[in-house]
Design a protein around this ligand. Sequence first.
Ligand code: PLP
Length: 376
Amino acid sequence: MPRPILATVHPEGLRHNLAQARVRAPDARVWAVVKANAYGHGIERAFEALRGADGFALLDLAEAERLRALDWRGPILLLEGVFEPRDLELCSRLGLWHAVHCDEQIDWLAAHKTQQPHRVFLKLNSGMNRLGFTPGAFRAAWARLSALPQVDEIAFMTHFSDADGPRGIDHQVAAFEAVTADLAGERTLCNTAAMLRHASRPLRGVGVSTLAADWVREGIALYGSAPDYPENSAAHWDLQPTMTLSTRVIGTQRLQAGDTVGYGSTFTADGPLHIGVVACGYADGYPRHAGTGTPVLVNGVRTRLVGRVSMDMITVDLSPLDAAGVPAGLGSEVVMWGVSPSTGAVLPVDEVARAAGTISYELLCAVAPRVPFAPV
Ligand SMILES: *Cc1c(COP(=O)(O)O)cnc(C)c1O
């Protein structure tokens, strides 16, 4: 028997979450953001459920090729654009739309020979200071692109640093409006957090009225997680889990007061304690920083991790099951996050991420190659 750990993707959750985007931004088209192998779910596993999207956004050219190999004929957007001139050949061949965020990318386009003019998304650095032209350089970039025969359509994009938090997006929206309001072209501003929290706020510009604009770029909400957790939960945004990481108890221990568990003896029992040893560790992608108290489901009952996460195992407290009269021991089902197969109980990935001092994105993307996925 293989080691009992298993990751399961829930297509019905992906479908439900995509449908929620239609509710949140009814007039916008939806880019399903599938970078990082669909946030760890696997592009091929997620594809059928997400093919109702209007387009797919990602940044790895090999992932774009995989989408075309799945016979996706619709829009694909490279969020970071091309990394070197010859990438443009693949854009021409596969009909990829691509971001343009720096002068070099315009130089490469100007030197590119293509029968198929490209559709580009000119990116404004509206304050995040990662990729994009500054407001001062944006119009000149637009003028250069407009003059290129290699380009037949220019859309405008920017990305928010604080759509999920208290600083908000006003300063970035103002910067975007200042340089694009009088330009004709499609616009995309919202990631998940902006879509959920700010989609209906007004946006000034030709042919648009709200921040949702022509396209929203939805990532994390497709994967069932709230971008602004713990302020709001996935349930608050009516999102369903899309990935379950499950495994089993492979050993048990009975501790007495004063006994410790695991490396570093970081946990000491203050009385008799029934411990389950679980086949999941940091080599499976489970966060090593998850400490005592991190939630976990055993046979659908919520309990807690105790002691340190090791490479291949964690230890959990089985006492809540004993107290509830739920049998627990060798072979018991354990859910690290997601949905309990036996009871349907849900452990949101957001809660586990928080307990480990990180965000759901990291946990979903980090499921290790040694963890098998159930066939979809
Ligand atoms: C990853 C990414 C998104 C999606 O972000 P979420 O927070 O997952 O919705 C949108 N736009 C860009 C440019 C991105 O890189």
